[in-house]
Design a protein around this ligand. Structure first.
Ligand code: BG6
Ligand code: GLC
Length: 897
């Protein structure tokens, strides 16, 4: 057989000089035997490298495989509907098509009528080209469209002509201008896409989504749904995005030089673009006939073929068409077709000549299929790896005359792909309708997404605060602060500005051993704190307080607290000692002294009866008596903000503000005594517990509350109260998000509008989910998993939307918090009559600590709103119990004789 012939050129074409393991599948060995799996693996590896180069921002500019982002982020979901006009620019014609999408979910659009473009060749100058296309559109529409209806147009570029999707905007504009010139004012150019994208979408419409597409026609190219965060050029961090590989240019940097044969070099040199599209020239049907011709020419020169006939004709470019090559390789008719084709060229082939020509044609086509498979395998392996899957199961849409015209091509493509990417199962789906219908769907998706985006934006708009809004909040907070401090105005202020009787931050001379309680945050803690010269040592224990107790009677609550203290003392061997106790009690209290605090109201879901209006220290003492615990000596009650400020103040003397953003939110700061109208004395400073959570309870923030906020508020046990807190703190953000999601479902913008009973459940969407969902670069898959845990079946688009809602809600919270804090630091600066203030804020709270963006947004906005203050944030690591102990230490020292 000719395969054994010594002709070196022929041997090289067949890869005889590539040593290594040969392909396993007998079927494949048959056709591509000379291409070893190792060689193809090598090609696949290089393709993978080239793809990565194209994806990375750093190397994109030099990459041959350009991996262009298409900004198409979803596959059809069946709800697309309406009349769409598609214009497809092919190598030699323009094709127009009108598709009516029914939107009834069965994803079977009905094609309107087709107009195969004329036999005109499109002009090469881009501007003329657009005019030409617009003329085609006008001709096509002349009979079928009434200009009353707007007609969205999707433009498919199936040529190498570079109107890449990155520069896409311009192309859309240019085409729109050309269309307007034709007075087709009802036609809107909505989407621009590559033909591979159209193919992918066409194949997607039949049930299972299709996430890869290949075109092996005149040219070759591919696209696939990539993880968006890997498409660095698009700056999208989540979801998926379709990437147009433009793999035809693979090898333009010489990557393929060792596998190129001299025939390939000839074909390249004689082409209109030497040195370019090297991969396409091995695979695309535009070139296969030419490769065969060059092989034949070489064999003739070796006197192996057509001895005796005149072969000059073989020197003429393009005398052998790819169509003929495809006919020749046919099992049944092939030999006859070979003879006919050769005779038509004036050759007189012998039986053996025909047989050899057939083998050459097969080798060339098989090589094309195998190379294509290597490329496809690279895409599949890349997808599998980047999705962190052990196994990828995926549908691949395929189009193009080589694939359609020759079944062996598909068989080889399938089996070689399987060999080269064994971790992936790819099902090849032939695209029977071309790319037009898919393009219509992409256009419809683009329309739907744009409409959805508008609706979502409208829904979220009230939650987006402008800078002016925030300045107003800051000014209102400032006003409420003044009102709260004033003796006369105090009663009418929503911000209570409670004096704490704490007159200074720690100075390091505090000493002693104390018990501390920390009640009102996520955890109830009992601690023992030893303050010595060499620092502070603590031991603590967390105790659960069941909701039944926080919402039962006061007696039960305080009994429970005493039981916990006794348990702790027992465990710590502290039963015999009477240690002074500092009590962090994180609720609004009117303090009558350091150790006397009347509860003004419960917040954060507490509602134990019989406590409001009572001194909580007294309640604690009474409970101790009931439990016969005689060694309890409460010396100080502090709010958690105060405990936090003191605790951080021990490490940083500049810490004169305490901030909590956790279950609830609040702040305290050092105010000048002269400004505190509610306490006698003008000298020095006193820490003021602002209780800013209640800001707005007098209606001053009504215009920033949204319907969602009102819904959340109505369902709480303290409706109408703590309105500012309900916009910011961890106890409520999840609920705000849940209400927004419900509204989105109702508007059919989420979960395909399917009712979600689970979403009706109060508090299922906890704030900790918010924190996780917003983690930078979190794969949408993970967001989806979180939602799945909540029994919410989210698509990738749903997950993106949920993420957006979370971001909007938490951003608003952080910005409002910043506005409040800006009022505080600005007041402190003015108090001190200085142009600049440098101050530290001690912060605690799960939301602040756990949320990936909260602190960043807060600090950024604060810098913006209070530019004359340099504010440092110091996160409290030991909780506020330490601060309560420090306050107790000062109290004890003062009490000493
Ligand atoms: C810390 C403090 O844990 O933070 C508490 O020690 C405070 O006093 C709490 O109440 C606030 O955060 P969260 O998220 O627990 O409410
Ligand atoms: C609530 C309480 C307040 C506390 C804050 C943070 O707003 O009323 O006292 O400081 O939550 O825990």
């Amino acid at each position: 057989s000719i395969a054994g012939h010594s002709c070196p050129l022929y041997a090289r074409l067949l890869g005889r000089d590539c040593s290594g393991r040969t392909l396993q599948s007998a079927d494949v060995v048959d056709t591509v035997a000379p291409w070893s799996t190792d060689t193809l693996q090598e090609v696949k590896g290089r393709m993978l490298q080239a793809m990565r180069k194209g994806l990375s921002r750093q190397t994109h500019a030099q990459a041959n495989v350009r991996m262009l982002p298409t900004y198409i982020c979803s596959t059809p979901d069946g709800t697309e509907k309406g009349d769409i006009l598609v214009v497809e620019l092919c190598q030699s014609h323009v094709r127009t098509l009108r598709v009516t999408l029914l939107g009834d979910g069965n994803q079977s659009p009905q094609p309107g009528c087709w107009v195969m473009g004329s036999s005109w060749s499109p002009p090469t100058m881009p501007l003329q080209l657009f005019d030409f296309i617009a003329q085609c559109v006008r001709q096509f529409l002349a009979g079928i469209s009434s200009p009353q209806h707007r007609l969205p147009l999707g433009f498919v570029n199936g040529t190498g002509f570079s109107c890449s999707d990155v520069e896409g905007k311009d192309v859309v504009q240019l085409l729109q201008l050309a269309i307007n010139k034709q007075e087709l004012h009802h036609v809107d150019v909505v989407a621009l896409m590559n033909d591979t994208v159209g193919t992918m979408m066409t194949c997607s419409m039949r049930g299972e989504p299709c996430e890869v597409a290949l075109i092996v026609g005149t040219g070759t190219n591919s696209c696939f749904m990539a993880e968006a965060q890997q498409v660095e050029m698009a700056e999208e961090i989540s979801g998926k995005m379709c990437v147009n590989t433009e793999w035809g240019c693979f090898g333009d940097d010489g990557t393929l030089s060792d596998i190129l044969t001299p025939y390939d070099q000839h074909v390249d040199q004689e082409s209109s673009n030497p040195g370019e599209k090297r991969f396409e020239k091995l695979v695309g049907s535009l070139y296969l006939g030419e490769i065969v011709r060059h092989v034949l020419t070489a064999l003739v020169a070796e006197k192996v073929l057509f001895t005796g006939s005149s072969v000059a004709i073989l020197r003429t470019k393009d005398v052998l068409k790819t169509q003929q090559v495809l006919e020749i390789i046919d099992k049944e008719e092939g030999m006859a077709k070979a003879r006919r084709a050769l005779e038509a060229l004036g050759l007189q082939p012998s039986e053996q000549d025909c047989c050899r020509v057939q083998q050459i044609c097969r080798a060339v086509v098989s090589r094309a299929a195998a190379l294509c498979a290597a490329g496809l395998a690279a895409i599949l392996s890349h997808m599998c790896q980047s999705r962190e899957l052990e196994r990828l199961v995926v549908n691949v849409g395929v189009d193009g005359e080589l694939y359609r015209g020759y079944t062996r091509f598909g068989e080889i493509l399938q089996s070689v792909t399987g060999l080269l990417a064994p971790e992936c199962t790819a099902t090849l789906l032939p695209s029977v309708d071309g790319t037009g219908q898919g393009a219509a769907v992409v256009t419809a998706v683009a329309l739907r997404l744009a409409a959805q985006r508008r609706e979502v934006d409208q829904l979220l708009a009230p939650l987006r605060l402008s800078r002016a809004d925030l300045e107003r909040v800051q000014a209102l907070m400032r006003r409420e602060m003044e009102l709260g401090l004033g003796l006369e105005s105090h009663a009418s202020a929503s911000v209570r500005m409670l004096p704490t009787y704490v007159r200074g931050t720690p100075d390091g001379t505090e000493r002693g051993e104390f018990l501390a309680l920390d009640l009102g945050g996520t955890n109830f803690r009992v601690l023992v704190v030893r303050v010595a010269q060499d620092g502070i040592r603590m031991a603590s224990e967390i105790y659960v307080i069941p909701t039944a107790v926080t919402q039962g009677t006061g007696e039960e609550l305080f009994n429970h607290i005493i039981e916990c203290i006794m348990d702790f003392q027992l465990k710590q061997n502290l039963m015999e000692q009477v240690l002074p106790l500092g009590f962090t009690f994180s609720f609004p209290c009117q303090q009558l002294g350091l150790d006397k605090a009347v509860l003004l109201s419960w917040t954060k879901g507490f509602s134990a009866s019989g406590c409001v209006g009572q001194d909580v220290v007294q309640l604690l003492r009474e409970a101790a008596q009931r439990k016969q615990h005689l060694g309890l000596k409460v010396v100080a009650v502090v709010n958690d903000t105060v405990g936090t400020m003191m605790s951080c103040g021990y490490d940083d003397p500049k810490c004169e503000i305490g901030l909590i953003v956790g279950t609830g939110t609040n702040a305290c700061y050092m105010e000048e005594m002269r400004n505190v109208g509610t306490v006698e004395g003008e000298q020095g400073r006193m820490c003021i517990n602002m209780e800013w959570g209640a800001f707005g309870d007098n209606g001053c923030l009504d215009d920033i509350f949204t319907d969602f906020d009102r819904l959340v508020d109505e369902k709480t046990i303290n409706a109408g109260k703590q309105r500012f807190e309900k916009l910011i703190s961890g106890m409520y953000l999840g609920e705000i998000v849940r209400h927004i999601l419900l509204a989105l479902v109702e508007k059919q913008l989420l979960f395909r509008g399917k009712p979600c009973p689970k979403l009706q459940t109060r508090d299922i969407f906890q704030t900790k989910f918010l924190s996780t969902i917003e983690i930078d670069g979190l794969a949408l898959r993970q967001v989806r998993a979180i939602l799945q845990d909540l029994e919410l079946q989210a698509s990738f688009e749903d997950s993106l939307l949920v993420q957006k809602v979370c971001q909007t809600v938490s951003l608003r919270a952080a910005q409002l918090c910043a506005a409040g804090l800006a009022a505080v630091v600005e007041k402190m600066r003015e108090n001190r009559g200085s142009a600049q203030l440098a101050v530290t804020v001690g912060v605690d709270g799960t939301l602040y600590k756990m949320h990936p963006r909260f602190s960043q947004h807060l600090q950024q906005m604060l810098r913006d709103l209070a530019p004359n203050c340099t504010v440092t944030f110091l996160q409290s690591e030991d909780g506020s119990g330490k601060g309560a102990a420090l306050v107790a230490a000062v109290a004890c020292r003062r009490a000493e004789p």
